[in-house]
Each structure stands twice: as C-alpha cells, then as structure tokens.
Design a protein. Structure first.
Length: 463
C-alpha cells in the first residue's frame, strides 16, 4: 500500500507545475482581453532578488577580508596616534603663546600711536596758546614802568596824564589773564614733553623688538614640531606599506555594494508598484460588485418596504372597536328613553361590521331575539298626551356592567341618568371620529408615498 501512496504523491507533485502554468496562461488571457493589470510573478521576483543579494554578500565578504588585511598591517596605530597627539599638544601650546604675544604687540603699537597722537595734540594747543598770548608778564611790567617814568620825567597836559593812567589800568587788568595763560602753557608743555619723552626703562620700539624676537623663537619651535610630525607620518606610511591600495580597493567595493543594493531596491519597488496596480484593480472590481449587490439589496428592500406599506394600508381602522362600541351603546341608551307611540312600529335593519370579540347592544324592542340579560317584566313607557312620565329603573346584566366599565362610565340606574350619559358618549364618539379622520389622512399619504417610491425604484431599475 505504501508504494501506491508514494506514487500518488509523485503524480500530484508532477501535476502541480502544469496546473500553475495553466493558471498563468488564463491570467495572461484575462490581462490581454479585459485590461486587467498583470499580477507580479513572485517566483521571478524572488529569483531576481536572490541573485542580487548573492552578489551583495560576495562583495561584503571581500570587504571583510580587506578590512582584516588592513587591520593586520595597521599594528602600532595606538602608539602612533599617542605620539602624534603629544606633538600637536606642544604645537597648540606654542600657538596659544604666540597669540598672546601678538595681542601684547598690538597693545604696544596702539600705545605708541596714542602717544604720538597725544604729542601732536599738545603741540597744536601750545601753538594756539602762543598765538593768543600778545605779551608776557615781564613785558607788561616793563611797559607799565616806562609809562610811569615818562609821566614823572616829562610835563604833560591833564588829558595826556589821564590817558597814561588809563593805559596803566588796562595793563594791570590784563596781567592776571596773561599769568593764567602762561601757567596753562607751562602745564601743556610739560604734558607734551612727557608724551614725547622716552620710557625710563624701555622705549616702545625696544618693547616691539623684544616681542618680535619671542614670536620668531616660538615660530621656530613650531617648525621643529611640525618637522617631527611630518617625519612621524612618513615613518607610519612606510610602516603600513601598501595599505592605501587596500583602502582604495575597499572603497571601490563599498561603492559597488551600494550600487547593487540600489538595484535590489529597484526590483522591490517594481514588484510593489505592480502589486499596487493589481490590488487597486481588484479593489475596483470588489467595489463594482459591492455597488451591484447594494443596488440589488436596495431593490429588494424597496420591494419589501412596498409590501410592508401595502400590508399596513390593508389594516382595518384601529379605532373600529371603540367607535362601534360607542355607537351601539348610544343606540342602546337611546332605546332606554321613553317615547311616544306613533301607532306604527318602525323596524330598522342594521348591518353592523363588528370586529371579532365585539359585543352588540340591541334596543328593547328587539330583545325578543337577542339579550345581554333576560328582562323579567316589560314596562309601559308610553306617555299620555301632555303627561310627564316618571323615571324608571334600568336593569343590567354582568355583561352590560362590564361594557360600561370598559368605557369608564357609570351604568345608568334610572332613565334620568341616560341623557347626561348620552352627551358623554357622543362627545367621546366625536373625539374618536377625529382620530379616525386623521388616520385616514395619514393612510392616504402613505399610499401616495408608496406609489411614488415604487415609481422611483422602477426608474432606477430601468437605468
């Protein structure tokens, strides 16, 4: 038995490719015939993805081997980095010192410029003061002495003497101003001399020369450190040998690997794009089927609604029991009232459309045919001409009491109770007739709506 099962499995396995090919052929026909977008061939895309992935894995393996070779040739890298960083620390420290000296140099240069500008300003002010001073204090004293000598040694008129006295007064008044200007001149001259006088310790030029020498020394030390760094790099390059070639080859392989990854992404994007188009087509087909199904459902529901509306319209008057009972009770009560004998017995043929379970009250004259209760005695209720009849008692059965209880009214005990009871019954009947009228209007509206709905559904079906 076991060989037979194996044979069946082998037959099924052999038939599977044929069935798959037939399915693909049918799908191809549908695509060509109905504009159906092709479904992505998962096996084909899987084969393409595996081929690209295999190339990427091979490149990564080569990159790993190159990285191992580069690592083997790059021994001593920590010592090299440590020594190189130590040299750069010395260079950076000398750079900071050089920057500090440059800042000091700039300050000295600014100071020198400021001193020169101060000296020029002092000289300008001195020249202005010299120009504003007409005579010195000694010259004023000499002139006053000359005027006094002239006045004492020569004969003058009174007017000439007054003029000489006026000149002496003016000269003496001018003397304090001249003394103040002289003091200011001396003070500015001292400032000018201080600005132009050399530094008692070092001149500005000497300070600049000293700073320049220090900067040059630092620059020379930096050159020495840079030379050591270059020698260290050259030594490292010689030690590593052909590592640069390996690094270049590794970089090239990385670029090729990235290119292959781009190709793999493109294959995936192509598959997703085709799958998306197919899914959108299927979604549209499902939506179309759903629209048709919804239309069928809507049509069927419309038919059901029309049938339900028809059944609702065929229902009898919902107030038929109440109105019938009220009308019959009114007739019954009217039969209880006394009446004059017209000499002629009138007989009404009443055709009642009573619902199932309703009870009928008949007048007294017809009770020989049907009674709610069996009367024990007939009374003469005829009136004589102009004579007022007396109130008589009304006998009831359990059924009549139940009917009046159903109407929520007290049963008449005498004929005097009948007229007010009739008013209540007629009022209640009028209220129910209003309800019946309203129900009939609503019934007509539903009938019209059902007819219009049927016409609209027929038009949609035709479309």
């Amino acid at each position: 038995m076991a060989p037979k099962k194996d044979a069946k499995k082998a037959d099924a396995a052999a038939a599977a490719p044929a069935a798959a090919a037939a399915t693909k052929k049918e799908e191809k026909k549908e695509v060509e015939a109905g504009g159906k977008p092709p479904k992505p061939d998962e096996e084909e895309y899987k084969r393409r993805m595996e081929a690209v992935t295999k190339q990427i894995d091979a490149k990564k393996e080569q990159i790993s081997k190159l990285s191992q070779k580069i690592g083997d040739l790059s021994h001593g890298k920590e010592d090299y980095e440590k020594e190189k960083n130590a040299l750069f620390e010395v260079v950076n420290a000398s750079k900071e010192e050089r920057q500090a000296l440059m800042a000091t140099k700039q300050e000295v240069i600014h100071k020198k410029k400021a001193q020169k500008q101060e000296a020029r300003d002092a000289k300008d002010k001195m020249r202005q003061l010299e120009g504003s001073m007409e005579m010195t204090e000694d010259e004023i004293d000499d002139k006053i002495q000359k005027i006094e000598y002239t006045m004492s040694t020569s004969s003058m008129t009174l007017k000439e003497e007054k003029d000489c006295m006026m000149q002496i007064k003016k000269l003496k008044a001018k003397k304090p101003q001249v003394i103040q200007a002289a003091k200011q001149y001396e003070r500015m001259k001292a400032q000018c001399d201080a600005a132009t006088a050399p530094d008692p310790t070092k001149s500005v030029d000497e300070q600049l020369n000293e700073i320049n020498e220090k900067i040059k020394a630092i620059q020379d030390a930096q050159d020495v450190q840079y030379k050591k760094i270059n020698e260290l790099k050259e030594k490292r390059t010689q030690q590593m040998g052909g590592v640069q070639g390996l690094i270049d080859e590794k970089t090239k392989l990385k670029g090729e690997c990235e290119e292959l990854q781009g190709q793999r992404s493109a294959v995936g994007d192509e598959r997703r794009k085709m799958q998306k188009a197919f899914n959108e087509w299927e979604k549209e087909q499902r939506a179309e089927r759903r629209r048709k199904q919804d239309a069928e459902w809507a049509k069927q529901h419309a038919e059901w609604d029309a049938e339900e509306a028809k059944r609702q319209l065929e229902k009898p008057n919902p107030y038929l029991n109440e109105t019938t009972l009220l009308e019959q009770t009114i007739d019954y009560c009217k039969g209880l009232l006394p009446r004059e004998d017209s000499g002629e017995a009138e007989k009404k043929d009443l055709d009642f459309n009573n619902p199932e379970g309703a009870k009928i009250l008949v007048s007294k004259k017809d009770r020989d045919q049907e009674f709610y209760f069996a009367p024990t005695k007939k009374k003469n209720l005829k009136r004589k001409g102009g004579e007022k009849g007396k109130a008589t008692a009304v006998k009831h059965t359990a059924d009549t009491f139940q009917i009046f209880q159903q109407l929520k009214l007290a049963a008449p005990m005498t004929t005097d109770d009948v007229p007010p009871l009739l008013e209540k019954l007629e009022k209640s009947l009028a209220g129910y007739m209003e309800k019946v009228k309203k129900w009939e209007g609503e019934r007509l509206e539903k009938l019209k709506a059902a007819e219009e709905s049927g016409s609209a559904d027929a038009a949609k079906t035709a479309e």
